[in-house]
Each structure stands twice: as C-alpha cells, then as structure tokens.
Design a binder for this molecule. Structure first.
Ligand code: F6R
Length: 630
C-alpha cells in the first residue's frame, strides 16, 4: 500500500549498465519514486506559473504511478490545472469508450482522479478514418510542438523492447504514425481482449524521434518477465532490434525497476565481476551454484582454479579454499531437501490456492505427501476463477442442468428461464464484454466442481475444502478491485477456525496486479493481524505459480516426488477440464498446464542433481515468508 508517510530512499545507481538504472525493492517503491519525480516537475512549473507537459503510457506498469499521483492530488494538493498531457499511443479501430481503449483506460486510472483540464489531455484518436490518419498524426506532433515539447515522458517497455508501440526495427527518427503491432505485443495484450484474435492489428504511436525529443525520460519496468529485455536495453549495444536501447543515447533517460525486473542484470547475477563485493552467506550460495552450473561440475568437484578462472578471486581469498566453500554450499542445499514438509506429527495445514487449480498444479505432490503423512490438509480456493471459463462450457452446463431437471422432474420452469437468459446473453456478447451474473455463477460452479475433483484425487476431504470467493475478484473483468478489509476478514476467519500450524501461499509476488500477488497480500495481512492479537501465527511457506520455479539459490524447502506421485498429481490436474487442451488464458507457452507442471518439477530435481546432489525424479520447491507485508 502506498503511503505518504513512509520515507523513500533512492538506491545507489546500478553498476554495469549503459543507462542510469535504479533498482527498488518493490513495485510500490518504483511507483512512488517515479511519481515524486513527475510531481517535482509539476510543482516547479506551477511555482513559475508555467505549464508542465507530460508524456504518458498505459499498461500494467504505470498503474501505481497514477495511483500515487492521484493520492498526492487528494492529500497533498498537487495541482494539475497547468498540466498538459500527451499519451504515447492508442489502438487503431477502437472508439474512445471501448472497454480496451487507452482513452477509457487513462480516464479510469488517472484523469478522473486529478484536475488536468479536459482540453489539455491529448490521446491519439483510434477511431479516426484511414484517410484522415496522416493529418491526425501530423496534428498530434504539432500539438506537442505548440505545447513547447514534452518535459517528462514516462515509458513502459514491451517484452520485445518496444517503447510506445515502436516495435523492433522501427525508424529511429520516426514521428507519430499508424503502425502494425508485433505478434508478441498482441499476445501480451490478449488477456485484455479475451483472446489474441480480438487484439487490433494496428495502433497509432508516437515515433521514436518524438519520444527521444522529450527533455527527460523515465523508463519503468516491473516483474521478472521484463528481466531479460531490461538487461538487453540497459547493458546491450544500442540496436534497432531493441528500440528501448536508443535511450542510451538520450542523456536524460533514467531506468527505474523493481528487484524482479533487475534479476538478470550483471550487478545481480555476477556482481563480483564489477568490483568489490561483500560475500554474505546468500551471495556465497548464489556464486557457488552459479559456478557449478557454469562449469558443469558438481559442487564438490570445484577447484581453486575454477574460482580463479571465473572472477571469483575475492570469494576464494576470504572464504576458501574451494572445497571449504563448496562443502558449505553443498550442506545448505542438502538441508533444503525435506520429505515431510509439515513434520511427522499430525498437524493442520491450509493450502491457499488463488485460482481453483493452483493447488494441484503447483503443490499437488506436496499435498499428496501431507495427506500420506496423516496431516489434516485443507485447501482454500480464494477466487472463483470464473473469468477463465469458455462461454461454450457455460452454455453446455446450463443446457445439461435443464435436461437433468427434466429427467428427474425437478423445477423445470426455473431452469429453462436461467438457461434462456444465459444463452441469450452469450449470443449477444461482443468480444471483451463482461459476463452477466448468472453466467459468472455457472462458470464459477464449473471451476468449483473441478477443484473438488482435483482435491479428492490428492486425498483431501470435502469438509476440508473452502471456497472463499473473495470480493476483490468479483468484477467479471480482468481488472480487479484493490484488496479490502472484507477480503482480509474472510481469510482471517478461516485461519482462526481451522487454526493451522502451517499455511501455503502462492508466492508470485512480482506482478504488481496479478491475482496471486493480491491473494498473498491479503493472506499476509490476515496473518499479521492474527500475530498481533495472539502473539503467534502459523508458519507460511511460499510456492510459485504454474510456470516458473524459484532459482536454486532461493529454494528453502524441496519436497522430493516419485514417478508415482507425479502420475497421481497429473490425474488431479486433469480434473480441471475447463483448463485443459485450450485454456482461455494459456499465456505464450504452447504446453498444457500438466506438462508445464511436470517439466518444472523434473527440472528442479535435475538442477539439484547437476550440482552434485542426489538424483530425485521430481521436486516441488518452497521458500519461507519472512513476515514482511507486501
Ligand atoms: C502503452 C505503451 C507500451 C507499454 C508496454 C508495456 O501505452 O506504450 O509500450 O508501455 O507494452 O506494457 P505493460 O506495462 O503492460 O507491461
């Protein structure tokens, strides 16, 4: 939560990059820092009676910045009456009131919360005709010029390095224009449009030339999915393949990122090559595992030469010789392997599953083990997951229930009425339109039924399954409400009722608006409230969502799984039929969910084995929550 009172310290400039880059612990810190810089420009202009000209992006990255600027307006009287804004881009072919239009997005996230005069807001018009587009773009450029140019421009970055919608190999001197979107960009936008096929092919964007003329630029990036491109843009050569790399030539461009987006930078991966570093236990672990992977040698086979040949002189000097360091790290890793993650004495545990399938996908094997070990294993499904069910599945169930009721002589009138409203609303629905309440209920029911069947497969009992249907998720659209006291209360009541010794939480914390992070935030708040009132709280272990695993140096508990465990886990995942074959939100990975889960678990075991630890078939990995709220 952003607060006015918490002081924000600027981290040191990151070494090893060609662009001034600052790494913040959290996405909130990035947002607050960026907002303070923008507010500084506005205040300075206001004090001289001049206008401040802002260049603005949309997307998931700047949401926190807009929220913080709105807070400053509300609580600190930050005055936007002299502000002129120019947005970077807009989808072509969308009217300004379309659900996915950037006009609408900007109004919802920013303009309706601050006092920028209506006629000072400029956003390219996506509804302009093809014939008029050239003159529209020319006028947009002239408006920027008339305003005196852009004082400060905020940018996000696409996974392919685009800024605005300047995709790879866009002209460096380009001006505002109609452009064709890359498949990568359209895929990234697909969840906003409920399918990639609905994403427009084209957009209007400021050109790279327009962008690079801004007097000051802040490039923001959040989350590990940006880590790779951030490394390329800040450490790589300037190249048309990575449009954001042109910022290296700007002079007044700064990069603000969170720790997740920074994770591939040299300063994080191999900081010892950049100068003197303090080798803490965690850095020793990281460096040693890195060296083992780099050399392809087991930890216990590393020699002094390996350390010296890979710039690890300092580590060897202060903590060596090689066998001493390697043995320490080997022991640490061995100690993470745990067959009985909740011990052998009977305990109560709750697995919190943000969506109705995260439980079995991410820790199905561990659930099997916990049940086998005799623990009382509860699963709390935090959201209905209704948004990820296809319309045809909802229609099928509505029809099936009508037939079922007819067959058994149950209340046919009412079921026919529900069926016809459902079918009519689905037939009328345009792409991207939210579902009516009855459809959402049916979709939620489908997922609940699947969740129960999946939980039974791993051995959980029906009375230990809890469907929380948290209010923050109940919007029927991709955009969710912020976490509220009600969400936290529902979780807290469950924890107080079950009184678990241990809870499992989906620890995907880097996507600032992702459902997993919001769920974790609510659970952490509930746990801290419980701790404050009782003086203690259950132990909280974190598991990663379906697609990625913790890095070896991060893992604190690894639960070994046999081929039999994995086969049973697969059956549990299969119970989620609405998410099989062609899920609505599969992301960019062509593999089915069960395949991703299995490859992830066997890869974790292989990684342990590669650094010279025992050879297990598969492993599920966890870290411990450190008690700090997010
Ligand atoms: C949006 C824009 C794009 C986004 C970029 C990152 O106005 O110009 O360049 O900034 O695609 O999007 P998010 O922030 O959603 O990851």
């Amino acid at each position: 939560m952003l607060t006015a009172s918490s002081a924000l310290t600027t981290p040191p400039k990151t070494p090893g990059t060609h662009l001034p880059t600052y790494i913040f612990d959290t996405s909130d810190d990035v947002a607050r820092h960026a907002a303070q810089i923008v507010a500084g420009v506005i205040r300075e202009r206001n004090s001289r009676g001049q206008q401040a000209v802002l260049g603005l992006p949309t997307g998931s990255t700047p949401v926190g910045v807009y929220r913080e600027l709105a807070r400053m307006h509300r609580e600190e009287k930050l005055d936007f009456s002299q502000v002129i804004t120019f947005n970077l881009d807009e989808y072509f072919g969308l009217s300004s009131d379309a659900l996915q239009s950037y006009h609408r997005w900007m109004k919802e996230h920013f303009f309706k919360h601050v006092n920028v005069p209506q006629d000072s807001i400029h956003i390219p018009n996506g509804a302009v005709s093809l014939e008029a587009i050239e003159s529209h773009c020319r006028e947009y450029e002239q408006e920027i010029e008339r305003a005196g140019g852009i004082d400060i421009l905020l940018l996000g970055i696409g996974g392919n390095g685009h800024i605005g919608f300047n995709e790879p190999f866009s002209p460096k001197g380009g001006r505002t224009r109609l452009c064709v979107l890359d498949p990568v960009t359209r895929r990234a936008a697909s969840s906003d449009f409920f399918s990639e096929a609905n994403v427009p092919q084209q957009a209007i964007t400021m050109g790279l030339g327009t962008i690079l003329e801004a007097r000051k630029i802040l490039l923001l990036a959040l989350g590990e999915h940006k880590a790779d491109i951030i490394r390329e843009a800040t450490e790589g050569a300037v190249s048309p393949r990575v449009p954001a790399s042109y910022l290296q030539e700007h002079g007044e461009a700064t990069v603000l990122i969170d720790a997740a987006a920074a994770q591939d930078l040299t300063a994080i991966v191999t900081p010892w090559v950049l100068g003197q570093v303090e080798f803490t236990d965690s850095l020793i672990k990281r460096a040693c595992i890195w060296l083992s992977e780099k050399t392809g040698k087991a930890l216990l086979k590393l020699t002094d030469e390996d350390f010296l040949n890979h710039n690890l002189h300092q580590l060897l000097r202060h903590h060596g010789p090689a066998q001493k360091i390697a043995h320490r790290v080997f022991r640490w890793l061995m100690d993470t392997i745990e067959y009985h993650p909740a011990g052998k004495e009977k305990k109560r545990i709750i697995c919190f599953s943000p969506h109705p399938d995260d439980d079995v996908i991410s820790m199905g094997g561990t659930l099997i083990r916990l049940v086998e070990d005799g623990h009382e294993a509860h699963i709390a499904y935090m959201t209905s997951g209704s948004i990820a069910v296809c319309d045809h599945d909802a229609a099928r169930i509505a029809d099936q229930v009508t037939e079922y009721n007819r067959m058994f002589g149950i209340d046919q009138e009412r079921s026919k009425l529900v069926e016809s409203t459902v079918l009519e609303s689905l037939a009328r629905k345009t792409p991207g339109q939210p579902d009516i309440d009855n459809v959402l209920k049916i979709k939620g029911l489908i997922r609940w039924g699947e969740a129960k069947a999946g939980a039974f497969k791993v051995g959980c009992k029906e009375e230990h399954l809890h469907f929380l249907d948290l209010p923050f998720y109940r919007t029927g659209t991709i955009a969710k409400k912020p976490i509220s006291g009600d969400d936290v209360r529902i979780i807290r009541e469950l924890i107080e009722r079950v009184n678990p010794h241990q809870v499992y939480v989906a620890g995907d914390l880097s996507d600032p608006h992702g459902t997993h992070r919001v769920c974790a935030q609510a659970i952490f708040r509930a746990l801290l409230e419980i701790e404050a009132s009782r003086g203690s709280r259950p132990e909280a272990l974190l598991y990663r969502g379906a697609w990625q695993e913790y890095a070896l140096h991060e893992i604190e508990i690894a639960v070994p799984l046999s081929p039999g465990d994995i086969a049973l886990k697969r059956k549990a995942i299969f119970m989620h039929q609405s998410q099989k074959d062609a899920a609505l939100f599969p992301g960019s990975d062509p593999r089915e969910f069960w395949q991703r889960a299995e490859e992830r678990n066997t890869a974790t075991a292989a990684r342990y084995n590669q650094v010279g630890l025992p050879e297990y078939f598969a492993m599920e990995a966890f870290t411990r929550w450190n008690g700090v709220p997010i």
